[in-house]
Design a protein around this ligand. Structure first.
Ligand SMILES: [Zn+2]
Length: 459
């Protein structure tokens, strides 16, 4: 047998667990999973001795925003960061100016991304208006899923959130019902608007420079209550519901209690797993993220939920701002724009958790790749099996990753204060997209290599 490429000498993370073996690639696909000593010919041999071989990561929650806000980064810079973070498929949220809420806007963004992306990309859309015709038209435009918020638009950002922000529960119920008919998932940013409004009154007059104000202004109960309401609605609506960035022990308890009542999943992010409010105080407003990074007990509950499957997904929620946009709100955790880069630190942070014994490597692969492929209808991604796409990452578990601003490829490297100074055990060595090396101790791919991702059965 002769193949385009042969990756040999490493440990394969297969759907059945880790084992020594070789991966044969041809035509952008995995052509065979071979035993460690099987003889095969290939045009290129990739030596993976001492390395672990994983399916490429699928980040289902990312904010690039392009073509709006070019100062915050471009499709080129942020998908280069994906390649440098082992992410071969990235799902872009619809918050941009204007909000991605019509088939025409989906098409325009698709063309913009297709010419520039280093990795494969899917696009979310916001349902506007909440009618069968509008939702069906968006579902037919090739989107990966829908996104909504249970909160009102942030002041001044109404255009970015047109079709996203549905604080009225009756509208949320309508959105779930309409989207359920399409068969596509609906991802929800869940915080209760009434609780947030009351909390804002309660903290008025307190020191906005004290990082703890953020948790009091957006308390865990706001999230837990919104999750409970959505899961209650979904007992009737039966949408394929996905709760974005779960942060708190209270929400985990709610998710546990609703198990089996509808088709729902939930995610968290490395910043909620690795850090607490104290770290945000150290890192300043650049590390302000909505919902807030919480406390040690919440962090513990999130890890436990990953272990027992209540949380099946880990995502970056990468969201860039310029240093100027963050600096304009230095000392004010209430008004600072929420968001922090994460594309290049998710993998090392999770590898570090494997190193310390917090989770198994197989679980890390499931929550960053395999489960996303299953949830979003992408049967040829997220696993190392014959016939699948040759989206692959090579990991050195003994090397260290130190994500300093100078090393990060994201345009937002100067606001990555939360992870600045971190030392993660485990490092990316190589990223392959459809069998081509796009990152190998530096970017080697070219813009436009990434393809548009549509769910199975869509155009
Ligand atoms: Zn987000």
């Amino acid at each position: 047998m002769s193949f385009d490429k042969l990756i040999r000498g490493g440990i394969l993370m297969t759907p059945d667990g880790p084992r020594p073996g070789q991966l044969a690639l041809s035509g952008g696909r995995i052509a065979g999973v071979l035993g460690p000593d099987e003889q095969a010919e290939a045009g290129e041999m990739i030596d993976a001795t001492g390395l672990q071989i994983l399916p490429g990561l699928i980040d289902i929650h990312c904010h690039i925003r392009s073509p709006a806000y070019p100062n915050r980064g471009s499709v080129e810079t942020e998908t280069a960061a994906c390649a440098a973070g082992g992410i071969t498929s990235v799902f872009e949220m619809p918050i941009t100016d204007p909000c991605c809420n019509t088939p025409e806007k989906v098409q325009r963004r698709r063309e913009h991304f297709a010419q520039r992306a280093h990795v494969d990309f899917g696009l979310y859309a916001a349902p506007l208006p909440l009618t069968e015709a509008a939702v069906d038209a968006l579902a037919g435009s090739g989107i990966i899923a829908f996104k909504i918020f249970t909160t009102p638009p942030p002041p001044g950002r109404e255009r970015e959130f047109a079709g996203l922000a549905w604080p009225d529960p009756a509208d949320q119920m309508q959105a779930l019902r309409l989207i359920a008919r399409t068969g596509l998932p609906v991802v929800v940013h869940a915080e209760n608007a009434d609780i947030l409004a009351r909390a804002a009154q309660l903290v008025a007059g307190d020191d906005p420079g004290d990082a703890r104000i953020h948790n009091r202004a957006r308390p865990p109960m706001a999230e837990a209550l919104a999750v409970a309401m959505l899961l209650t609605m979904n007992m009737r609506a039966q949408a394929r519901l996905h709760i974005a960035h779960v942060t708190s022990a209270d929400s985990i308890e709610v998710l546990r209690r609703f198990a089996g009542t509808s088709d729902f999943t939930a995610e968290t992010c490395p910043h909620y797993l690795c850090y607490t409010e104290t770290d945000v105080a150290r890192a300043g407003v650049a590390a302000k993220i909505n919902p807030p990074i919480r406390h040690a007990a919440d962090r513990e509950a999130l890890w436990q939920a990953i272990e027992d499957g209540v949380l099946a997904h880990v995502t970056t929620d990468h969201a860039a701002f310029t240093p100027q946009e963050k600096a304009a709100h230095t000392g004010n955790f209430l008004t600072a724009p929420p968001g922090h880069p994460g594309l290049e630190t998710m993998l090392p942070a999770m590898l570090d958790a494997v190193h310390t014994g917090r989770i198994s490597l197989q679980r890390a692969v499931s929550v960053m790749s395999t489960n996303a492929a299953a949830r979003f209808g992408l049967p040829d991604r997220g696993r190392l099996s014959k016939g699948g796409r040759a989206d692959i990452v090579l990991i050195d578990p003994t090397a260290l990753t130190t994500p300093t601003a100078a090393k990060l490829l994201t345009a937002a490297h100067n606001i990555a204060t939360l992870t600045e100074g971190a030392v993660f055990h485990g490092a990316l060595r190589r990223t392959l997209l459809a069998g081509e090396t796009i990152w190998h101790d530096g970017l080697t791919g070219t813009p436009g290599q990434g393809r548009f991702i549509t769910p199975k059965g869509q155009a």
